[in-house]
Design a protein around this ligand. Structure first.
Ligand code: ADP
Ligand code: MG
Length: 242
């Protein structure tokens, strides 16, 4: 897997959310994406994922341009993602939710095969006993797990997770942590947005820091942690919140 982002600009009216971002993620790298609120993290993931098209710049996946694809086609190319706010179909069961992306992408394999796969994934997520429950009856954390299950059904090479630990019960947090490390060990790449510094510093091999739409640091967590520009960006953020 090789994702190459070249000078990507994304504007919303007068706001420039991404100022010409360049970034390469290859192999099965596990990259943490951090930065103060409003720095452009979700916009970057949305732009890679086809929710937005870049105003300029290029996005290449394994050498092919994906910058102008719609979100459903980006998934087809092997990029899965979760949302900051989970988007399960509330009136469908857990199992039905699992089958939707798989049957949409690979209907020819048939429902039986996908149901079997869905149960394996749900079992891995400690959710198999909930398979006939409606998604709306799940806790917020369980809905996040369901989304993590759904993206595995699309057989991605790169998984982009937006705030996977936010608002999640500590017990489920452990399950999500284990999911990430296990799937990563199976050879998948990750781009993970998180405000949970403990988890993201532990998980990441590489941290990319955004501030006002620019990458201000990119390197091993131990180095990034002591970067003056990064410390300043976060202190500025706290000063604004205060
Ligand atoms: P982060 O995820 O780092 O908190 P975002 O990517 O959500 O930041 O936002 C970056 C900037 O772009 C912010 O100034 C935000 O207000 C703006 N923005 C994001 N999405 C939209 C949108 N759909 N319409 C208008 N402005 C947006
Ligand atoms: Mg965000």
């Amino acid at each position: 897997m090789e994702l190459e982002i070249q000078r990507v600009v994304k504007r919303f009216g007068g706001i420039q959310a991404l100022n010409g971002i360049s970034l390469r993620i290859s192999g099965n790298e596990l990259v943490g994406l951090i930065g103060p609120n409003g720095s452009g993290k979700t916009t970057l993931v949305n732009t890679i994922g086809g929710v937005y098209q870049p105003d300029s710049g290029k996005i290449l996946l394994n050498g092919r341009s994906i910058g102008n694809l719609q979100a459903n086609n980006v998934v087809r190319y092997g990029v899965g993602r979760t949302f900051q706010v989970p988007r399960a179909f509330r009136r469908m069961t857990v199992m039905e939710n699992m089958l939707v992306p798989a049957l949409a992408l690979y209907p020819e394999r048939g429902r039986k095969v996908w149901e079997k796969r869905a149960r394996e994934v749900l079992d891995f997520l400690t959710m198999d006993h909930l398979r006939n429950d409606y998604a709306r009856s799940l806790s917020g954390g369980q809905q996040k797990l369901l989304e993590l299950g759904q993206i595995l059904m699309t057989e991605p090479e790169l998984l982009m997770l937006d705030e996977p630990f936010a608002g999640v019960h500590p017990r489920l947090m452990e399950t999500i942590f284990e999911y990430i490390t296990t799937v990563h060990a199976q050879g998948k790449a990750f781009l993970i947005i998180s405000h949970d510094m403990n988890s993201i510093f532990t998980l990441s091999q590489r941290l990319v820091v955004l501030s006002y739409g620019d990458i201000i640091a990119d390197g091993p967590p131990e180095v990034v942690k002591h970067d003056e520009g990064v410390i300043k960006a976060y202190l500025g953020d706290e000063a604004e919140d205060a």
